[in-house]
Ligand binder design. Structure first.
Ligand code: ZN
Length: 111
């Protein structure tokens, strides 16, 4: 007897400030990746489905986006943070002068 099935994994990739397609607010959105893996005898073997979605933290509306758009959003997100994936600190003292202005310096929905 062979037992097989699927198992879903959810990854939160980033928190982005986007204008929500549902409520129209420029709110923080979580960018998520959902990977569905094929399992055999409850052991995940390989992913056969990867989907990306953004979820508005203001209204909870979720929107599926293609991988290309997710990649683009992630790239913008990383660029906006100066390549630092560990959160943003725009009011950091002693900020190097002459550095480029931040495109999305502040996020009112995030500490
Ligand atoms: Zn919304």
């Amino acid at each position: 007897m062979i037992i097989f099935g699927t198992r879903g994994y959810l990854y939160q990739l980033a928190v982005l400030t986007l204008v929500c397609g549902w409520c129209g607010n420029p709110a923080a959105h979580t960018l998520r990746k959902r990977v569905t893996k094929f399992t055999l005898f409850f052991v995940p073997l390989f992913p056969f489905s990867t989907k990306y979605a953004t979820q508005c933290t203001f209204c909870g509306g979720e929107q599926q986006i293609p991988k290309e758009q997710a990649d683009q959003l992630l790239a913008q997100h990383v660029a906006a943070q100066g390549g630092n994936p560990f959160g943003q600190s725009p009011q950091q003292p002693g900020h190097a002068p002459g550095s480029q202005g931040q495109a999305q310096g502040q996020n009112p929905y995030q500490q």
